[in-house]
Design a protein around this ligand. Sequence first.
Ligand SMILES: [Zn+2]
Ligand SMILES: [Zn+2]
Length: 354
Amino acid sequence: MLKIFKYSVLITISIYVLGTLSLKNHFIQDKLLDIAINSLATPASSLPDEDALTAIVCGSRAPIGDPNRAEACILVQAGEKIFIFDTGDGSVQNLANWNIPFDRVKGVFYTHLHSDHIADIGEIHMDTWIAGARKSKLKVYGPEGVQLLTDGTELAYTNDYIFRNEHHGDQLAPLDVVGFDTHTVDLDNPILIDDDDIKITAYSVSHDPVDPALGYRIDYKGRSISISGDTTYDQNLVKNSKNVDVLFHESMSLEILDKINKVAKRANDFIADTVTVDILDYHTPIMDVVKAAKEANVKHLVFYHHLPAPRNQVMEDIMYRGVDKVMDEWTSSHDGTRIILPVDSSGILVDRIE
Ligand SMILES: [Zn+2]
Ligand SMILES: [Zn+2]
């Protein structure tokens, strides 16, 4: 028995040493690099091929930091077309890491103009322009003020556009499609897209003093999604999210923010003390999110834009205590949480892209 044990240890050590040494061998290094680069040339997309309404959380946090999460962003694919709802910091890098085909992005929709929802506008412009070979200016929809955002971004990136065009030429970096095609949402005409079985409707939510602030509802071949943006509990959100398959709703833990506030007070941290109080009146406490979801009769509730973002499973369990008692189907999202709603089906498939 002892002999077998000794042999196993010897074999394991030998494999480890040989493996480590072979990774230092130039021939093997070059082969591994070739394999990696070849796989980059034919990347596998994280989106399903089947006809479905699909959503991927490309950013699950609010401004309170977390090294493993980007700020607010939800990608929606309806059939072949892709729409992006908010582009918070780090979210476009997530999309690139997941090999999202930028050539199929048909529009970016902003819920409101807080920095944690718009920070990556320059990146989404860049990735759809050159990597995505965009054939026209990037369509952007948003509340009043969105024109200022896109005009300002174009101004800030003026030299970038010129330098890239001079270096890469008109075929790769054409200046005629650089910039934005901006649509300021008029809530008297809230249907923004209505073709190819895809309907995208804007609705107002309450994020005072951020006014207007928008939520969006997406319908595709009998499947539906609603996205809250930032809001307090809102009757208009309930009305516009009626019977959707999935509601993506922001969420705030009063208990955890209260704990952070007490620590901030003890540490005389004026900024954390003030912010953890200021934000209470324009976000939705978790059980009010559940209440809205129940009233709207949504089938599956997805929490995102967590305030604060849970750092581990224990914190997540504490934050969402009590939800199970009221809501049958729900998910506390992470970056990469994916929901697939196949057409001609009532199925709701939930998984996660790593
Ligand atoms: Zn926010
Ligand atoms: Zn906000």
